[in-house]
Structures are given as structure tokens and as C-alpha cells.
Design a protein around this ligand. Structure first.
Ligand code: GRF
Length: 221
């Protein structure tokens, strides 16, 4: 991807949108060679929509009326209007059908707050604390038809500290999400990361396991 044609990135959100903002900042600073083409929320009241507008980004809302097929058809229209080269799910709380995901296979990413394949699904921080884990983190992965199961590209690791609450642990993990998500999309935008033969390839090599960035010693999280 040359500097003249930056990757067009669509970001899907449902809530606060802090990962969306991290991606937007990375694009604005040039750290990520992409341009946010649109931020789409599935809830009119998503706080992230306001934040996106404050960053000068185009926004759209596609509300789920109760029927997934109709929702996804409308979502596809809203996305294609902006011709995205990549789609980033960033706190998007809808499960997308395998058919929808297939349209964007190899260029749709998600960030999940656990060290996948552990703790797929919701309430990851609470479950990690209940299980007495010592290490937790977040994963950036390609989205496939199976929920939270696509090939993981990069994970952040943080320590679970004695006395951590769900909130303190979530905040520590979130700070690392804001680092690793722009990094992975930067690799993709720069042509270093690709989807081939059903897997993730970085710099011409198939990733047989996720890359790991260890934040356990980081003082500022
Ligand atoms: C993040 O923890 C992300 O990993 C998960 O949902 C949360 C979204 O937070 N998928 P935000 O909306 O990006 O602030």
C-alpha cells in the first residue's frame, strides 16, 4: 500500500469507542498508514459516535431491528458506500454471520480482551479473576465465521496484580489494546500482514502462533 493510497479503514463500534479513538489517533499521526473512512455504530446512543465526530470522522448508525439478515444487508450497504480495504471491529457487540464475515475474510479484524483461545465471549476480566490467573491480556485476530476463533496475530500480556478488581484489570488491559490494535493494522496497511491459505502471514512467514508483547514490567499501565 503506497502512501498515495492509504488503506481505507471502516471501524464498527457499539459503545465507548476508545479503541476506535486509538486507531483514529494512529492514522492522524501517521503511525498507521490508513485513513478512517467511516465509523459505524449499531446503537444510535453509542458514546463513541460523538468521539468519532470530535476527531472529524464520518459516522453512520445501523440499528438492529430484530432480524439479523436485514441488519447485515443494511450494514453491508453502509460499509460499501465507503469502499473499505479493512474493517476493524472495536467493541462491536454483535455476532456477525459466517456469510457476512466471508465478504471481508482476510481484511476484518477484532480485538478481544483475553489471551485467546482462553476466555472467548463476554466478561473476560471477571472470569480471569475468578480463575485465579496470573497473566491476562488482549488479542488482535482476523475475524472468521467462528466467534473469537480466527487466527490471532498479536497478544499483549499483563500481570494480574493482587487486589485487582475487574475495573483495574480491565483498565490495564485496555491500555495495551490501544497499542497493539494500531500496530497490527499498521502491519496490514503496510503490506506486511496478509491472509493466505486460511491463516495469518507476517513478513512472508505463516504465523503458527500469536506474537506476544509482554507488558508485565511496564510501569505506566
Ligand atoms: C474492549 O475491551 C475490546 O477489547 C472489547 O470491547 C471493549 C471495547 O472498548 N472487544 P472500547 O469501546 O474500544 O473503549
Amino acid at each position: 500500500m503506497s502512501a498515495a493510497t492509504p488503506l481505507r479503514l471502516a471501524i464498527l463500534i457499539s459503545g465507548r469507542g476508545s479503541n476506535m479513538e486509538a486507531l483514529a489517533r494512529a492514522c492522524a499521526s501517521g503511525a498507521l498508514a490508513a485513513r478512517v473512512a467511516v465509523v459505524i455504530a449499531d446503537r444510535a446512543g453509542a458514546a463513541g459516535l460523538e468521539a468519532a465526530r470530535a476527531h472529524g470522522l464520518e459516522t453512520a448508525t445501523v440499528v438492529h431491528g430484530g432480524e439479523r439478515r436485514a441488519f447485515e444487508d443494511e450494514l453491508a450497504v453502509a460499509l460499501e458506500r465507503h469502499r473499505p480495504g479493512a474493517v476493524a471491529l472495536a467493541g462491536f457487540m454483535r455476532v456477525l454471520s459466517a456469510e457476512f464475515v466471508a465478504r471481508y475474510l482476510g481484511r476484518m479484524f477484532n480485538i478481544h480482551p483475553s489471551l485467546l483461545p482462553k476466555y472467548r465471549g463476554l466478561d473476560t476480566h471477571r472470569r480471569v479473576l475468578a480463575a485465579g490467573e496470573r497473566i491476562h491480556g488482549a488479542s488482535v485476530h482476523f475475524v472468521t465465521g467462528e466467534l473469537d476463533a480466527g487466527p490471532v496475530v498479536l497478544q499483549s500480556q499483563v500481570a494480574v496484580e493482587p487486589g485487582d478488581s475487574e475495573a483495574t484489570l480491565a483498565a490495564r488491559v485496555l491500555a495495551t489494546e490501544h497499542i497493539i490494535y494500531p500496530r497490527v493494522l499498521g502491519w496490514f496497511a503496510g503490506g506486511r500482514l496478509a491472509w493466505r491459505d486460511g491463516g495469518a502471514w507476517l513478513d512472508g512467514r505463516r504465523l503458527t502462533e500469536p506474537l506476544v508483547e509482554d507488558f508485565r514490567g511496564a510501569a505506566s499501565l
